[in-house]
Design a binder for this molecule. Structure first.
Ligand SMILES: *Cc1c(COP(=O)(O)O)cnc(C)c1O
Length: 402
């Protein structure tokens, strides 16, 4: 029986564990040392050296000019959308094939998602779908929302003189948020070029793709802002946390100000010059992050090794295809993906593996099928639905002995 071959292989791959989870964190470095340092020095909260260090280390690692910590990836996305100027009643072009956080972030602002299809080669937003939808539905004209709001409530750092508008709804299309699904980079350069042409701000949901690259450049550094997540199941974890990546140092400094209550630095006075957020990551979480980041190359190498072993194995399993990254990209293989032949096979595979000590999961319920978003516009989502009926995530933890 083919499914038994698969569960036997996965048990063996992960050293004969009775139950193989999908993705668990590993702590092999300075985690305890840095956490002890926080406790010994009492710097556990919103001030401390690990916060600055984690930001600097992450900027160095990704090649971003500036990195700013956040308390979660969801907050990082929320902040990103505010900073690029998304406002109530704007539209944001994104994927239906994503985790709910992408949509929650834009909903906090009162913006509306437009769901566009993904590529079969990447599982992420398709530049072809994006281009086609824009040609049919959008036009560029003078940005009517410049200076509409009070400066101290308006988070937009810079507003473009022109903006893209949806000809059917009349709403402004302010941003585009592609997501690097399961760590596989989308065709980000093409998406960036389209966004530029149409005066749309590009924010990358790189929550799943730390360490992934496109032609050698880190995901999260192609758009105006990139958002990372360090939730417990991600490639590196801070317990919970997120990060904003910037190529514009000034915008990064502004983000730091807004995420830390917009307080004007002073030794004793409490003065604030803007509505701000308490989105700052505590020092103990940043300490964990610093220790984790020291080993990220090993983690990603281990994940890619696991993926390579899966790839070879599944070549000999009929009707189950292992999903690989596309040329010119380097995926972190955050969660490995197999494609089953149809929905019935997908359901049978989920049942068998979960009954036999191997944790597997289908893709998230598509966003356009959730009650909050079922009325939102979409482009038919052909590939998206194809994936939803076939994808199963299989165990993907880093394989390094603790
Ligand atoms: C994990 C994740 C996030 C952020 O999640 P947090 O738990 O808030 O850190 C955002 N988008 C996607 C696609 C994710 O997978």
């Amino acid at each position: 029986m083919e499914f038994k071959k698969v569960t036997d292989f996965i048990h063996e791959l992960y050293g004969g564990q009775d139950f193989v989870p999908l993705a668990v964190p590993v702590f092999i470095g300075n985690e305890k040392k840095y956490l002890n340092e926080c406790i010994d020095t009492t710097f556990v909260s919103s001030v401390g050296k690990f916060v600055d260090r984690f930001e600097n280390d992450m900027a160095n690692y990704t090649g971003a000019k500036r990195a700013v910590v956040c308390v979660s990836g969801t907050n990082a996305l929320h902040m990103s959308l505010l900073l690029v100027g998304v406002k109530r009643d704007d539209e944001v072009l994104t994927q239906a094939l994503t985790f709910i956080a992408t949509e929650n972030a834009l909903s906090y602002i009162g913006a509306y998602p437009v769901f566009l299809d993904v590529d079969r080669s990447t599982m992420g937003l398709s530049p072809d779908a994006l281009k086609e939808w824009l040609y049919k539905n959008a036009e560029v004209r003078k940005n009517t929302r410049i200076g509409e709001l009070d400066k101290s409530y308006d988070f937009a750092y810079l507003e473009d003189e022109f903006a893209c508008y949806n000809k059917n709804t009349g709403r402004r299309i302010k941003a585009c948020v592609p997501m690097h699904t399961f760590g596989h980079p989308v065709r980000i350069e093409e998406i960036a070029a389209i966004c530029k042409e149409w005066h749309i701000e590009l924010v990358e949901d790189a929550a799943e793709s730390i360490g992934s690259k496109c032609k050698g450049q880190h995901t999260g550094t192609f758009g105006k802002i990139g958002a990372l997540s360090f939730n417990g199941n991600k490639t590196i974890t801070t317990g919970g946390g997120g990060m904003l990546l910037f190529n514009d140092e000034e915008l990064g400094a502004y983000a730091k100000h807004i995420t830390t209550q917009a307080k004007i630095p002073h030794r004793w006075e409490f003065r604030h010059d803007h509505i701000g957020f308490n989105y700052r990551m505590p020092n103990i979480n940043a300490a964990l992050g610093c220790a984790q980041l020291e080993h990220i190359d090993e983690y990603v190498a281990s994940k890619r090794k696991v993926a390579a072993e899966y790839e070879v194995f599944f070549k000999n399993i009929p009707d189950i295809e292992f999903f690989v990254d596309s040329p010119d990209t380097y995926s972190n293989y955050w969660l490995n993906v197999v494609i089953l032949k149809d929905k019935e096979a997908q359901q049978n595979f989920l049942q068998y593996t979960n009954d036999n000590g191997v944790m597997t999961r289908p893709i998230w319920e598509l966003m356009n099928r959730l009650p909050m978003f079922e009325k939102c516009e979409n482009d038919g989502l052909q590939n998206t639905i194809w994936f939803a009926d076939r994808v199963v995530n299989i165990p993907s933890s880093v394989r390094i002995k603790v």
